[in-house]
Design a protein around this ligand. Sequence first.
Ligand SMILES: [Zn+2]
Ligand SMILES: [Zn+2]
Length: 409
Amino acid sequence: MSIGKHIICVECDFPVTLITPPEGNKASCPRCKLTLTANHRNARSRVIAFSLTALIFLFLSLSFPFLTFSAHGNDRIVTLFQSVSVMMQGDFTILAVLIFIFTIALPGLFLLITLYVYISLGRSSPWTGSQQLLIIMDHIRHWNMAEIYLISILVSFIKIITIADIELGLSFLTYVLFILSMTMSLVNFDKHQTWQWLKEKKGAIDQQLSEHHQQHTCHQCSHLSKANDTHCTFCGTQLHGHFTNSIQKTMALLLTSIILYIPANLLPIMHTYVLGDDTASTIVGGIILLWSHGSYPIAIIIFIASVVVPIGKIIALLWLCYNVHYKSQLSPLSKTFLYRATELAGRWSMVDVFVVAILVALIQLGNITAIHPGFGAIAFTGTVILTMLAAMSFNPKLIWKHVPQGQFE
Ligand SMILES: [Zn+2]
Ligand SMILES: [Zn+2]
């Protein structure tokens, strides 16, 4: 990596001379505190080793029994694939497909791309498509929800432990190991460092920072482009400085998610059939029921994931849009932290939908007792996806746009 490289911070537009930090350290933006790059020890070989291990464990997870559910003298053995695909019928096919994509397909694809790009970086000339794949990796990173699925399985266990015996299969262990290996791969992955390696291999020449600061930096590869460039001259990504309709897009997505949050709460998320009797439960109804049964920790987890996070996220993004629209200069740093928190927390709202999917997969004892998904689960998934898209379309640079260069918080 070159020493003393000029970049413009992708979140606050502050010009920074970036010096490669020593091994085991990171460099942050002095203004918005964004981690610009982290230099992990043996990063390249660690990312390759952990990604390969994670892929092997994911493959093994699909090969053996995942869970065994026993109640009323019936045993039901479920594989990982069945645990997400059991709803693949009728109106709920879309939900089953989405859960499969979030918990198995995208994590697998993410790991395959990581391996391709990182092995390619070890060659004298990287394989074709490495640049495009690195951009795809960044897009699918947000939709990788494997660890949320694991937490949902544990929540489901606590919900049904009093009515049935649950036995963990070999695939459950390998799924846990897959998530641990993938997390280690992500910990050692640094976006800026990876792009730098690729640029060096491709012989890209960096532009110098002009005095008038009329340039844009690419939010993917941090390559500097001229003021009138609409796309990055190295990787072709549309430059964030040109996202003029960011607020309108965020607002449109937010309003749609608010509308969808109404049926998500009014319609049942789940139906429980016991000897032919149907008991429908909504998100809030389910939380109240858990609380009244004394399952306080689970009630709190579901309440935070399904009520606090989505509502908090919608309010936070509306407030950020309002501030940007009125060109507020007040505490930009706190607003940036709020924006980052909304981006991080959003995915966790999927816990309740995953719990429903797991219960549907496990509890299928014919006429005795069975659980089916409700339309509230589809509406709620729509709300979560829309709020995630709203956070992604918000351009964090707008928070700092009208703040003087010398103001740091
Ligand atoms: Zn910054
Ligand atoms: Zn670029």
